[in-house]
Design a protein around this ligand. Sequence first.
Ligand code: GDP
Ligand code: MG
Length: 680
Amino acid sequence: MLQQPIVPSAFPPGRPVEGRRRREGPARPGGGGETAEADKPKTGGGKGGAKKRQVFSREDLYSPAGSKSRARKRKAPTRKGGKTMVTTPAAHKRIVKIDETISVGELGRELGVKANELIAKLIQMGSMATINSQIDRDTAGILAAEYEYEVRDVSFDEDEVLSGPLEEEELAEDPDAEPRAPVVTIMGHVDHGKTTLLDRIRKAKVAQGEAGGITQHIGAYRVPVGDNFVVFLDTPGHQAFTAMRARGAQVTDVVVLVVAADDGAMPQTVEAINHAKAAGVPIVVAINKIDKAGADTDRVKHELTKYSLIPEEWGGDTLFVPVSALTGKGVDSLLESLALQTEILELKANPKKPGFGHVVESRIDKGRGPVATVLVEEGTLRRGDFVVAGASFGRVRAMLDEHGKQLKEAGPSTPVEVLGLDGVPPAGEGFHVVANEKDAKRVVEMRTQKEKEKEAKAGARQAPADLLAAMGAKATETLHVILKTDVHGSLEAVRTAVEQLGTAEVSVRVIHSGVGAITESDVMLAEASSARVVGFNVGPDNNAKRLATQSGIDIRSYTVIYELIDAVKGMMGGLLAPELVENALGRAEVRAVFRVSKSGTIAGSYVLDGKVARNAQARIMREGKLVHRGKLVGLKRFKDDVREVASGYECGISVEGYDDVAVGDIVEVFEIKEVQRSIG
Ligand code: GDP
Ligand code: MG
């Protein structure tokens, strides 16, 4: 029968989705900002359950006559109020395609009947439904049968039009598979030389091969090593690595773990090892700063044995390469060991397939529009290809490499800037070549539809809080955050994590974010917009510090993401109005009423349970109904004023502003406590 809970859609049918949204992203402010985690249905087994409830019944998505049915849809709203014309299609066409659920409104359109008619039938069947309620396929089947329609279970399988990476076994069998270059991410503790090493490699190797060197940062670059290449992702650190992985993008083949020879294994070294291991990605250790006086490569090797990274000469299988990112010493042999990984890991790809890869970076370029850096992993991406990435699609108008050089095609393990998408897909999103524009649109429409449904569901769950807010019971607060991080990769990861903290009562808006130290202008912006400044792996520079002290702006820096998250939660909690909690103290029964001219009416009472206390709050209940609420201003034992009377004793009670107390009334005594709330 009806799927519970009934989910009203936040979007009326036909309304375009506003903005592009990350596939597993949070509901954005405006929707109240519940986290994606919280959006998972309680029943139906989490992800699987959510997936099953998606509705892909839009004929234009699946039927070959897509354009026709879209035209029909566009006309639909013009029939408003008028009599619906029902033209009965031929029997073989009377099919409604439904995945798991369909909204009543949508089913009405599919059947060519008014939603109200269906709602009436549903109510007869014992289900309270609205036009936006999602009904399951079986229920839809019963309704459809009444109109001589059949329900067909379909779901558009995007895998049919999207080619993905080949499984290892498939690659082994594939006669077209060829060796491909390894893709490397650099990780390690802060200040151990990740950025310096990336810069060194880029300058020394890439500039050497190409006149002018790298003209722009595109998020990844290829380095020639002998006859081979090594691809470096330009965003070091395990946050970026893990953020990509969280979106299902594991593009890294090898992790280079940078460990400073004068410092050894540090907390983030260990974190990086754990992240690489969790991903099952092999580690090559670069022992850096060997030019320094205190450098001790053996100590580093020894320390890392604790984490099962054992050098070959000690019987293990981890490569350790001593380098100096500063002088360039050892960098060539590091590159050679990395190039060797193609053979060691038997990295292969089939360049003859349609292109497939992941988005590494994306942005809107003022002159060129959306620009996405894509790492081609399988197949070949060509100029003119139709492509899909997340909720964006387009035709590759131009492809540029890291030197700004135009490419006609890009094979496996090639990072390229792609122009021609209609939006900016987030880093980590899959990137697929599709056969034609129609397929591209189908995939994007389906994804957009899924996203809409997800938002509708999130919206439904937030309704009670929204209602309270609308009634003025609780105002929605917004925590403004200015976020600075050391690198682009962590910026995106941290911002996402922070924005996902939003709840129905407090939303979080990152009003400005960037890479680099916290500057004077950040502090000025914070002051202007009542924002908090949070740094991840970066602190304020001197000018910023001075200005912050003067203007009382709070700046906080963290090096561990969980601590940063906790701190932001604390800031959010601070914005919440304290909760007023009633704490019951006791109850007394009125047994006699005395009128005393001086102090008004005194209720001679017997304390039934708990205690009564002077200056507490009191509710006078008569036959279960509230007759008065006020402060308990007088409390006497015999002639004496007392502060408290315990249960089992008699006392005289006077309640502020109330003289009409009667025998048999119950006085409920309680206090109000303010409890500062926190974000869970
Ligand atoms: P990251 O935080 O890991 O990216 O580290 P950076 O690349 O920013 O380097 C931190 C500091 O160490 C900078 O001052 C670098 O100049 C210095 N550094 C990096 N590599 C070397 C090296 O091989 N030798 C020496 N002496 N200093 C280095
Ligand atoms: Mg750095």
